[in-house]
Design a protein around this ligand. Sequence first.
Ligand SMILES: *[C@@H]1O[C@H](CO)[C@@H](O)[C@H](O)[C@H]1NC(C)=O
Ligand SMILES: *[C@@H]1O[C@H](CO)[C@@H](O)[C@H](O)[C@H]1NC(C)=O
Ligand SMILES: *[C@@H]1O[C@H](CO)[C@@H](O)[C@H](O)[C@H]1NC(C)=O
Ligand SMILES: *[C@@H]1O[C@H](CO)[C@@H](O)[C@H](O)[C@H]1NC(C)=O
Length: 394
Amino acid sequence: MEYVLLAVLASILPSFAVARPSSYAVWAADSAIARGQGNGLDSTGKASVSYEHGELQWGLKQLYDTTGNQSYFNYILAGANNIVFDNGTVHGGYTLTDYSLDPVRTGPTFLYLYQMTGQSKWKTAADTFRKQLETHPRTAQGQYWHKLRYYNQGWLDGIYMGDIFYAQYTKDFQSSNTTAWADITSQFNLMFQNSIQATGDANNIGLLYHGYDYSHTAAWASADRGHSPEVWDRALGWYAMALVDALDIIPNSQPGHATLLNILQTIAPKIRDAADPSSGVWWLVMTRAGHSGNYFESSGSAMFVYALLKGVRLGYIPDTDGSIVKAARKAYEYMTSHWVVSNGDGSMGWTNTVEVGSLSGNGTYEYYISVPTDLNDLKGLAAFLLASIEYEKL
Ligand SMILES: *[C@@H]1O[C@H](CO)[C@@H](O)[C@H](O)[C@H]1NC(C)=O
Ligand SMILES: *[C@@H]1O[C@H](CO)[C@@H](O)[C@H](O)[C@H]1NC(C)=O
Ligand SMILES: *[C@@H]1O[C@H](CO)[C@@H](O)[C@H](O)[C@H]1NC(C)=O
Ligand SMILES: *[C@@H]1O[C@H](CO)[C@@H](O)[C@H](O)[C@H]1NC(C)=O
């Protein structure tokens, strides 16, 4: 009897305990908002220009489009108002002459708000980032350095941080500037050419190393091409998301569109093939599947799901046998059953996102696996929002 009662309770209880929206996208967004994440302030309440806020705002903008819920738009606006004064000055720790690509990831939000409100402060703020790009240091080949202090280094992350903004700004204000379109293409292409694994490389899975040092002076730079030693899932995730988002912005008439398409079509099947066959998700260090200390990492995995599904939906990635969507679905289902946790108060939590992966150190496998994971890390949670938006469009 007792057993039967328990079984009945077990089948009923979760529906009381888990009051959650039917959409994971809505659940992820509402939970982030309820916690005050991504609102232009740091954990101490100080204004802070942060790329992960830009990433969340990119998701909220799409959720506003699909749900029409004004709260999402208001949250984006309030968050951006926290880092831009009424006169359009960007504050919150931003300094143009740091020449870092990271803050520029909030730029697409300014462009969006300018479109939506027509308020000149957003154009002024966007112009500041555009001005930074004009004088940003570059390698001899023309690749933006990731930051001024990372001498001659191109990182995959930087493409997501700088070039969505660069492309959207060009589309909005300089659509016939072929120099700018060619330069944007070149950022993607140089990153690809300099960091794609070569046939003879150890652990070759046909994907892109985290970064490269054009001057070959960094501790991690390979003797042959100056690339870093490992394929880190989140870096490749940023790059893959940047490809599909930029393809949506760059006009088909620009030659760069075909260049990006070609890169995306080269790496998409390799990303599919790198998924762990049993779980369907991806390893933190993709070059070391199954190695001791390696684990399935949630931010990179969510980014791949977003990029693959959006790429197929918009026709950028051919998927004649359906294997790309199948892989993305499988990964997504693993995420919702393993990385989404119900907090019992109506909100969800998100687990297993690695805090950071930087090429400021030695770039080794040991380094990547030594970094802790975080609960509710916005870089991963925002990626899950993006993945959910795409999954729910299937
Ligand atoms: C709109 O979004 C807000 C903010 O997350 C949420 O609290 C609210 O319930 C949503 N409204 C509707 C009608 O879904
Ligand atoms: C813009 O406004 C801020 C805050 O009010 C002020 O500190 C700054 O000097 C202003 N900048 C310009 C260029 O007017
Ligand atoms: C076109 O883009 C290039 C490269 O970003 C820039 O230097 C130039 O000022 C832009 N030209 C115009 C007319 O905006
Ligand atoms: C690289 O750095 C990690 C920690 O960040 C350390 O555990 C490892 O021993 C270092 N490896 C080398 C070769 O210096």
